[in-house]
Design a binder for this molecule. Structure first.
Ligand SMILES: [Zn+2]
Length: 269
């Protein structure tokens, strides 16, 4: 059978399904990233619109080895049930490990039942795995180090007593294997959250730019510079600034190379 014409599969790459932030956007999908590390494929977050991006990229529905959910904001998990529906309709058969905070797992199970995707229907097993931090998960020769971030801490203080079933945990990740290390912030709350990601120099830092001011963020990055940075989840106010976000980032970050990937972009590492 002739494979469909598509870009060659890079042995180590991250496909940006969605580089949008939490605000609605007409031209950016919400957070979702597919990491291909040799024979291991990890899907990090399932923001709204990712099923569409996944289909458009021509990726096999059996390929994903695990899903990791950084936190429960809709711009990171709003596409999850549609992705599960896609896997059901495309007749995936392999079990799919899904890593999320323990209270998030309970919520996602209920949500899948509510959208009429009970486990008995799916034809494949979702293997729920509690995501804890700090922790290290192994996928063959790939290690994923999980660190807590302070992204939801102020909301936790305001609402946890009234909503004890809500998962207020948020995580960042370092994905490493033979010859590479990539750090992925997901959503942070403070520059201190970068510390565990930059401790050992990453080849690539996928960094959000919504919740920390660019000056403080770039100063922290420059203090322990990765080989390069890709800014995602960039706040609309930065993209619309008259100065131009690239010019500003260049001034703040030079000489650390950086990019602002778009939806669908594939970056090798
Ligand atoms: Zn977000």
């Amino acid at each position: 059978m002739t494979p469909p014409p598509s870009a060659p599969v890079l042995s180590r790459s991250v496909t940006c399904f969605g580089v949008g932030e939490g605000w609605p956007s007409g031209d950016r999908r919400h957070a979702s990233f597919l990491y291909r590390c040799g024979s291991t494929t990890l899907l990090l977050d399932c923001g709204d619109g990712m099923s569409n991006a996944f289909k458009a990229a021509g990726i096999a529905y059996e390929e994903v080895d695990a899903v990791l959910i950084s936190h429960m904001h809709s711009d990171h998990v709003g596409g999850f049930s549609m992705f599960v529906q896609s896997l059901w309709l495309q007749q995936r058969r392999r079990p799919l490990p899904v890593y999320a905070a323990p209270r998030a797992i309970a919520a996602l199970k209920n949500w899948l039942a509510a959208v009429v995707l009970p486990p008995e229907l799916l034809g494949f097993e979702i293997a729920w795995r509690p995501l804890l931090a700090p922790d290290r998960i192994r996928f063959g020769d790939i290690g994923v180090t999980v660190s807590p971030t302070s992204h939801l801490e102020s909301l936790r203080r305001s609402f946890e007593s009234r909503y004890p079933a809500t998962a207020f945990e948020a995580f960042s990740f370092v994905i490493e294997g033979p010859g590479f290390r990539v750090a992925h912030t997901a959503d942070i709350g403070d520059v201190q959250d970068l510390r565990p990601l930059l401790e050992k120099r990453p080849d690539l830092l996928i960094c959000e730019l919504s919740h920390v001011e660019p000056d403080a963020l770039c100063a922290a990055i420059k203090a322990s510079p990765p080989a390069r940075v890709a800014f995602v989840h960039v706040a609309r106010e930065h993209l619309e600034s008259s100065q131009g976000v690239e010019v500003r980032l260049h001034a703040l970050l030079d000489p650390v190379p950086f990019s602002l990937p778009k939806d669908g972009e594939v970056m090798a590492f």
